[in-house]
Write a protein that binds this ligand. Structure first.
Ligand SMILES: C[S@@+](CC[C@H](N)C(=O)[O-])C[C@H]1O[C@@H](n2cnc3c(N)ncnc32)[C@H](O)[C@@H]1O
Length: 274
């Protein structure tokens, strides 16, 4: 499954507004007072986790961005250089931003078979909008490895079950149920945990002895390009399930395009430490 840099750029401002401030503060508090930190971001895309989390973390940061999509990681280097106050890009990217000095390495790797893809000395694993793509067994293997190494995790924007459009449409329940069913299709990890991912992740981390700070991080979208792209993406996914007649689905999508004044898409964030 691919996520284009254009789609990731479209969602980044909404992601940034949605992340749960209590969860972010718990992460910042945990690392407060340290001079430096080594972070590994899984499913890094174009680097939005780094842009979102850098301000929470110590003055000197070493990031490893891991993704199987080489195009996204190339876009990440360019986007991070543009975001920084100063940037030099040779074998590793060195950024200055908001008083932080940040070195960045990018690693093209598919971690579906082997979740442990972080460097040995990693202090913090991060991920945004990743775990709902993964399968329940993958999440269990990931958390078992993380907990065995006692590495904290900051995971944001894992999609949950909440999808609410205002005003409602008579087909909402049917369309949303079909969308949730589509969310459990295989995204490369085996059948996806989809909307159950947050519960599975949180339970596994607790079972591994971690202390969690959790919170909701919904998108609350007003009419916008992102709202339109989101409902069109939902309709395309639902159409693949064949659970809703094509005419009905077209009528539902038309209603979303013309009438929806607010679309809420639920997510959950967690900071977990040993
Ligand atoms: C929904 S995007 C999120 C990207 C970024 N974290 C963000 O919030 O903008 C999921 C990312 O995970 C990557 N990904 C999905 N499956 C992967 C796998 N098996 N191995 C490595 N990366 C993967 C995709 O290429 C994509 O960049």
């Amino acid at each position: 499954m691919s996520f284009s840099p254009a789609w990731l750029a479209l969602r980044e401002p909404a992601d940034s507004a949605a992340r749960n401030q209590e969860v972010l503060a718990a992460c910042a508090q945990h690392f407060a007072g340290r001079a430096d930190i080594k972070v590994c971001d899984l499913g890094a895309g174009t680097g939005s986790s780094l842009r979102a989390f850098a301000e929470l973390l110590p003055p000197t940061q070493h990031w490893t961005l891991v993704d199987h999509d080489a195009g996204n990681l190339a876009a990440a280097r360019a986007a991070l250089a543009a975001w920084a106050d100063e940037a030099t890009d040779s074998s590793q990217l060195v950024l200055k931003h908001g008083g932080k000095t940040i070195t960045v390495q990018t690693t093209v790797r598919d971690f579906a078979q082997a979740p442990v893809c972080w460097p040995e000395t990693t202090d913090l694993v991060t991920a945004s909008a990743l775990f709902d793509l993964a399968s329940a067994p993958w999440i269990a293997r990931f958390t078992a490895a993380l907990c065995a190494q006692k590495i904290p995790l900051l995971a944001t924007l894992t999609a949950n079950e909440t999808i609410t459009a205002v005003p409602s449409h008579p087909l909402d329940t049917k369309v949303i149920a079909a969308f949730h069913a589509h969310q459990t299709s295989d995204k490369g990890f085996g059948p996806s945990a989809g909307a159950q991912a947050t519960a599975i992740l949180e339970q596994s981390l607790k079972a591994g002895g971690y202390t969690l700070t959790t919170g909701d991080s919904p998108w609350r979208l007003a009419p916008s390009e992102l709202l339109r792209a989101t409902t069109e993406g939902m309709a395309a996914a639902v159409s693949e399930t064949k659970a809703v007649a094509a005419d009905d689905l077209a009528a539902w999508l038309n209603h979303q395009r013309e009438k929806t004044s607010q679309l809420t898409i639920g997510h959950r964030d967690v900071f977990a430490r040993p």
